[in-house]
Design a protein around this ligand. Structure first.
Ligand code: BTN
Length: 257
């Protein structure tokens, strides 16, 4: 599966994840698949890989995952209701935005539902896969952050970016991961305790779609045009269209000038 395999415990002393089992690989198909298998067997863990051959994103689209990026999946078993899962999505996205703004100095924003962007380009993607009853049985939070990626294939060149391309600097992947998990631990606690008001208002502030005219491609391929009125605390998009107001939980947004 990999050239180098390391198994250990996280060193994030101040975080909720200090007891978390960590699996590090040099190359895998997808950290997400490994974490999902472990989650199915009842474990919480963090899976990190230097590169992925079969990294994937939302709608099973392939995710460009060469060496230099930060590719990880966190398998968690939070004691929360299934209806509160979107708050976890908000928590991880906000952790990434905080990291980019506070540690790297980039003006990162959120493009609904869960892309992290700098200007018009995507710098990070987040994928949540879960098993739900009334409560969350498990959730696997996958993060792909283009850290030291120096070039992208032709089809991504105009839509993707990296920390390296934005700042001209290389970053230590372990330090970056620890910082992100520190932030996530902070927000994760808030989700567990239900104190999410501040987190939600910050998330709204960073959203680049609110008030904008957009073209929204729905899951079934249909495209709707409208103005974004709001993003709710369940991470739903409220869109005013010619035919009325829609509330949506998934879709691909294209900003119109
Ligand atoms: C998206 O924007 O569509 C989400 C992309 C998520 C990619 C990450 S990289 C680590 C983890 N492993 C995967 O195969 N996917 C996620």
């Amino acid at each position: 599966m990999s050239l180098r395999y390391y198994f250990g415990f996280a060193i994030m002393k101040e975080t909720l994840f200090k007891q978390l089992k960590v699996l590090r690989f040099s190359e895998v198909d997808s950290t997400q698949l490994i974490a999902k298998k472990l989650a199915e067997s009842g474990q919480e863990c963090l899976v990190v890989a230097e590169s992925q051959r079969g990294g994937y994103g939302r709608r099973r689209r392939s995710w460009f995952s060469p060496k230099g990026g930060l590719w990880f999946s966190l398998a968690l078993r939070p004691d929360i209701d299934a209806k509160d899962l979107p708050k976890l999505q908000i928590a991880i996205v906000l952790s990434l935005v905080d990291f980019l703004r506070e540690e790297v100095g980039l003006e990162a924003g959120v493009k609904w539902p869960n892309d992290v962007v700098v200007g018009k380009r995507k710098i990070c993607g987040v994928l949540l896969e879960s098993k739900l009853g009334d409560k969350v049985e498990y959730v696997v939070v996958g993060v792909g952050l283009n850290v030291n990626v120096d070039s992208f294939p032709e089809n991504l060149r105009n839509v993707a970016t990296s920390l390296l391309l934005e700042t001209g600097r290389e970053y230590n992947l372990r330090k970056a991961l620890n910082k992100i998990l520190e932030r996530f631990s902070f927000y994760y606690r808030k989700v567990l305790s239900g104190e999410v008001r501040e987190m939600l208002s910050k998330y709204k502030r960073y959203n680049v779609v609110i008030g904008r005219q957009v073209l929204l491609e729905l899951k079934n391929g249909v495209t709707v045009k409208g103005t974004v009125l709001d993003v709710t605390e369940d991470n739903q998009l409220v869109l005013r269209t010619e035919k009325g107001t829609l509330t949506l939980s998934d879709g691909e947004v294209d900003l119109v000038r």
